[in-house]
Design a protein. Structure first.
Length: 176
């Protein structure tokens, strides 16, 4: 199991310079078929493009954003994952102030990805790679307690236990 804590990860500028991100976890597979990161969105701005890659995007703090461009019109509300082609240039408009998003950026030719919001209870999950991120409250993965901003990457099958009034995200990442 690979653990991470957002408080220990330095911020990096976006590819286009319009914001910052923190890379939480990255695939151990050759060629980096996926990565998990957060993005701090402080103002309306264009999103960075990622030719050949796809994105799963979910707001984890703040009121959300509206993403639009080239046939894409997405409302990114808190804890409601949206998916889009990373190659499409998108404009991001904040709904009511700054927000933070969690992103799974992946190669759709190599990886099938799904992002699930988990609430209170035990959740049996399975994938080659499972990336878990605690949004609020507590969650546990393989006996390790996760607090908000902490996460883990595990392989295979596992049970994720989410505490009462807590929320966690789980990215399931399987080969195509």
């Amino acid at each position: 199991m690979q653990s991470f804590d957002i408080r220990d990860i330095p911020s990096q500028p976006w590819v286009n310079g319009a914001g910052t991100r923190q890379e939480l976890a990255i695939s151990t597979q050759t060629g980096t078929p996926w990565r998990l990161s957060t993005a701090q969105i402080d103002r309306d701005c264009p999103f960075s493009t990622y030719p050949g890659l796809a994105r799963l995007h979910v707001i984890i703090a703040g009121m959300g954003t509206h993403l639009s461009g080239a046939g894409v019109d997405l409302d990114a509300a808190p804890l409601v994952p949206v998916a889009f082609d990373g190659e499409i240039p998108l404009e991001c408009r904040l709904k009511d102030g700054p927000c933070t998003a969690l992103n799974v950026i992946f190669d759709p030719a190599r990886i099938r990805a799904d992002l699930t919001v988990l609430t209170a209870g035990a959740h049996e999950m399975a994938a080659r790679d499972l990336a878990v991120f605690c949004v609020s409250g507590t969650a546990s993965v393989q006996g390790e307690t996760l607090l908000p901003g902490q996460g883990a990457v595990v392989a295979g099958e596992t049970v994720i236990v989410v505490g009462a009034d807590a929320q966690a995200l789980c990215a399931q990442l399987d080969p195509v």
